[in-house]
Design a protein around this ligand. Structure first.
Ligand code: NAD
Length: 306
């Protein structure tokens, strides 16, 4: 297949691009390089790279010409960055997604897979792992835009028959990620024997999904038609305090683990619990994320620091 990945120089997109070229697909990456280029040299040689902004419709239309499918991953993210840049965050989400789906329509592309987020669950009540059916509660510009796009894409399925899948990623982590996210941040602090900084009590939980599992789910979902919202979650809940201790142990670090108040601008992002159900993913594709956090953290250590 000929596949466009917007945001394909980013953490998830670059890993997906590598996988897709290994599977002999033709890959085009459109990325503004806002966060640098995470594509490795070998993969970069095997893809077509277009530097540009997803908010530019002509560019997206041109880049997607002749494609069979689009992965739309371009976004502004990272809690501090989003909190400081809410307008740009929403612009890239809303205008970017509108451009992608319109380009798909003009170029007769039958499928769009969009990177949504578990962030849209916000403070949704959790008795069991969150399923795609629970009432969502997006609180931030980032999460609101993601939810808007899920609905916008679904309407295009209804009206134009384009197959659309919104992927609700749960804290994706892996090697070569940058320190906007908690796992690479704790690694960096631990490796440098600096204090590992935990917000609040550290009892807040997240569901961490390893990059290889995430990419595999994306690849399997390429074969699914229709209109779906799908969680991609590891189905295991880890508190941030335990994450800090585990990274300290794996890296043999002398760091202290310190507990600090989260800055005010992060309050809307501070969620007590998050765990997702991958039941629907399993039903659709036959697979679900399996790599445990301990395994994933060891892979990061081996890859980045040995
Ligand atoms: N990493 C996670 O845990 C996570 C969780 C939930 C959802 N997501 C979503 O998955 C997608 C990929 O995330 P990631 O972790 O790879 O992030 P990332 O920041 O590494 O990648 C995003 C890419 O988008 C590019 N980009 C930003 N603005 C752009 C623009 N206007 N035009 C073109 N390119 C632009 C950046 O340069 C970057 O390469 C995003 O849509 C994100 O919202 C990620």
């Amino acid at each position: 297949m000929k596949i466009l990945i917007t945001g394909g120089a980013g953490f998830i997109g670059s890993n997906l691009a590598k996988k897709l070229v290994d599977l002999n697909h033709e890959v085009i990456v459109l990325d503004s390089l806002l966060r640098g280029n995470k594509l490795d040299k070998e993969t970069f040689k095997r893809i077509q790279f277009i530097k540009g902004d997803v908010r530019d419709f002509e560019l997206v239309r041109e880049a997607s010409k002749g494609c069979d499918l689009i992965f739309h991953f371009a976004a502004v993210l990272g809690v501090d960055i989003v909190a400081d840049n809410p307008v740009e965050t929403m612009d890239v989400e809303v205008i970017g997604t509108r451009n992608v789906i319109n380009a798909a329509e003009v170029n007769n592309i039958k499928k769009v897979l969009y990177a949504s987020t578990s962030g849209i669950y916000g403070h949704s009540a959790i008795d069991n792992a969150l399923t795609e059916e629970v009432l969502v509660d997006p609180r931030t510009s980032y999460a609101m835009a993601k939810r808007y796009n899920e609905i916008y894409l679904a309407s295009h399925h209804e009206e134009k028959g384009i197959n659309v899948i919104s992927l609700r990623f749960f804290n994706v982590y892996g090697a070569n990620q940058d320190t906007r996210m908690v796992v690479p941040l704790f690694f960096e602090q631990a490796i440098k024997n600096q204090p590992i900084t935990v917000f609040g009590t550290g009892m807040q939980t997240r569901d961490f999904t390893f990059i290889d599992d995430t990419v595999e789910a994306c690849v399997k979902l390429m074969n699914i038609d229709g209109c779906h919202i799908v969680n991609i979650a590891n189905e295991r809940e880890w508190c941030i305090k335990d994450l800090a201790h585990k990274i300290k142990e794996i890296t043999n670090s002398k760091s202290d683990i310190v507990y600090i108040d989260a800055p005010k601008k992060r309050y809307d992002y501070e969620v007590e619990r998050r765990i997702g159900s991958s039941k629907k993913l399993k039903e659709l594709t036959g697979i679900k994320p399996e790599i445990s956090l301990e395994e994933g953290l060891k892979i990061i250590y081996e890859t980045n620091y040995k």
